[in-house]
Design a protein around this ligand. Sequence first.
Ligand code: ADP
Ligand code: MG
Length: 663
Amino acid sequence: MALKDVKGIGPRALALLSKMGIHTLEDLVTHYPFRYDVLVRGNLQETEDEGHIIIDGKVESTPVLMRFKAGLNKMNFRLVTTSGVVGVSIFNRAFLKNQLLVGTGVTVIGKYDKKKNVITASEIKMETLSTKAKIEPVYHLTNGLSQRQMATFINMALLTHGKEVPDYIPTSFMEKYHFVNKKTALNIVHNPPSEEKLKEATIRLKYEELFAFMFKINYLRQENKKKNSGLIRTIPREKLASFIESLPFKLTEDQNIAMQEILSDLESEGRMNRLLQGDVGSGKTILSFLAMYANTLSGYQSALMAPTEILATQHYNNMKTFFKDIPLHIELLTGSTPKKEKQEIYQELKEGSIDIVIGTHALIQEEVTYANLGLVITDEQHRFGVNQRANLENKGKKPDTLYMSATPIPRTYALTIYGDMDVSTIKTRPNGRKEIQTILKKNNEIKDVLSMMLEELKKGHQIYVIAPLIEESENSDLTTVCHLRDQMRLAFGAHFQIDIIHGKMRSEAKELIMQEFLQKKIQILISTTVIEVGIDVPNATMMVIFDANRFGLSTLHQLRGRVGRSDLVSTCILISDSDTKRLSIMESCNDGFIISEEDFKLRGHGDLFGTKQSGDMTFKIANLKQDYKILLQAKKDSNVYLQNKENQDDPLKQDLIASIQNG
Ligand code: ADP
Ligand code: MG
């Protein structure tokens, strides 16, 4: 059944609807109101001067129309209501004049000027209020379509074809929750008879949307497990264990558990599809090294992809250090690897003589082929688009995949975005780690800040300083990296080395600066957020962030995670003249999971993920922020339904699966 068959929808309307992304009958009837106006009949006596009023009555005088320049017009008439007679004026509705005959019942919505006893109407409806309260849907529109037309189209479609709209809730759950059928629910949300009914119908439609979504996730996960029988391998566990023994530290309990989960995934027939999440500094990286080592021991190549060159280089150096006594062929491949060297690496990857390659998206260039890629790890995976991830996975036949994220994901999102993955979580930080102390300061307290910095420098520790901008710009008075460098050099330059790093520098220059900072040749490193991800300099114990209110919670938390990487006491100073909720959350809380929930509450998920992923997450009626409970139930139910053998031939199940292929 097509949209054009709906009575009243002609070619013009069809074009307008299509512009709004409404192409099918189902699109139309699920074009839900984005809000409801509750129309409650007012009373002239009880409405305040200049107060909003909705009132119905009968037209008492023929409207007088005045026309002004530029096509403006105004109409005045008198209205008899149950609470008295009142003047009504309305602009630019000349076209209503012929309908506003004396004696016609209308509803007027507007502002009441008590002294003049006149309502300046924003809207006049050609009907009186039937009950005490009327709940009116308000739709998103496009130029050329009115609320009324939209409502008419939707209702006409429902009336004639409502029964054809698919319903994705299985009968058993319809009965369990006493849900009304789809057509009725749609009717209610577009024409709410009461708040109570509206709520019930809304919940039912939300549940259906989330049920279908979670079914899709559960189904994909199941198919992934079934079809993607992974690589068959054996890992010489003792060899791995003795290497772990030789590490300079003992793995934490959470690390041990996560490690076991990863190893059994590697050994199992199924293909690993696992997210390893843990706060910055919780020790994920070492686990990725161990996983790659295990993968090498079982005869396959590994690739580790990081979002920045700095981070890739750091991983490479760290891994080389950890494994200096083990014959492993590890290479670094980034955008700035010299051409000749690149060609060699390509060759060696193809031949299989490289065991482990660490790099940036240079790893997913077309030229790169692997002899026997068995494990793919992406660090800070939310920074890569879904396609980039898939590209790397496709380089191997059926490589196991591990994603690492230091951006803890709010529970809701973990369930949805990562719903098709297994998740390992590291909650505890390695032993000896002190909590980071976070202090809020105003710009006029800069002297305090400088003296705290001096104290820290005197102890031989290093400091990160962060500013939102690199250079001065005319239309902004935000602190800049260059300005801070000059200021810091004035304050500390006589005794300490101060340098800068930012995204506009060439990567060799960045690399050099990072090396110097790591070697303690630089004491104060001033930076933009380029150091946000993953940098590990244990001797850096203080972070000072200027214009801290400019950064989102997740960013601030990531930045702060650069310090507190040893058993030394670390401090994070946030400088801002405005007291925002975000800053006080930062001050009181060090737990990335809580912070991510708060960030989510404050800003939604826009900041957390790449646009591609956010795009996957748009719902028509459900709202992940508010409907978490429904989501959980839908997840559970959809899984029960999926697993139940009796549903094997249920046509609904086929419909649900088909909807995956279409969506
Ligand atoms: P993440 O990748 O989770 O941000 P890292 O793996 O970079 O964290 O770990 C931060 C630092 O802690 C690194 O220097 C790492 O070598 C060290 N580390 C990792 N695990 C432990 C542990 N169990 N005990 C002590 N230090 C550890
Ligand atoms: Mg890391």
